[in-house]
Design a protein around this ligand. Structure first.
Ligand code: 5GP
Ligand code: ZN
Length: 135
């Protein structure tokens, strides 16, 4: 499979690997948005979070939790992000959680700054979305 992250896992291409567990691996992002930008990925190739098994999922987020305590030591605050699908901004089609140390002097804002304000939804639209999303 021609997946850059699978090649990092198999050591076909080099990466600064920080920590490896049974099902997951963490390494430095090669094009960091901030000092200490870390990626955490499952070892099995999965495109989206919902494609992972429960075991892969719990192992991944356990490693995220471990790595956050490390990345948080850089600035004291860390942005967590997952681009779960192409339209969400995913370029590498292998699940990855971004851990980006943030500071009030960086140029990025909160997630809200990615959008042109909040939506005004009608009661029927809210009800429709509620019916679609509730489990
Ligand atoms: P996405 O846009 O898919 O959410 O993020 C992909 C991330 O992978 C980007 O932050 C990019 O810098 C990182 N990346 C792309 N190619 C490589 C690589 O070869 N090695 C490492 N370590 N990171 C990479
Ligand atoms: Zn892959």
């Amino acid at each position: 499979m021609n997946c850059i992250f699978c090649k990092i896992i198999s050591r076909e291409i080099p990466a600064k690997i920080l920590k490896e567990t049974t099902n997951s691996i963490s390494f430095l992002d090669a094009f960091p948005l901030a000092k200490g930008h870390v990626l955490v990925i499952p070892k099995n190739h999965r495109q989206k979070i919902q494609d992972m098994t429960e075991k892969e999922n719990s192992d991944l987020f356990s490693l995220v939790r471990t790595m956050i305590s490390k990345s948080d030591s850089i600035t004291g605050s860390t942005l967590l992000a997952v681009h779960n699908g192409i339209d969400a901004g995913q370029e590498v089609p292998h699940v990855h959680v971004h851990l980006v140390p943030r500071s009030n002097s960086d140029s990025a804002g909160a997630i809200h700054s990615m959008f042109n304000g909040s939506l005004k939804l009608s009661d029927s639209e809210i009800e429709d979305l509620y019916e679609k999303l509730k489990i």
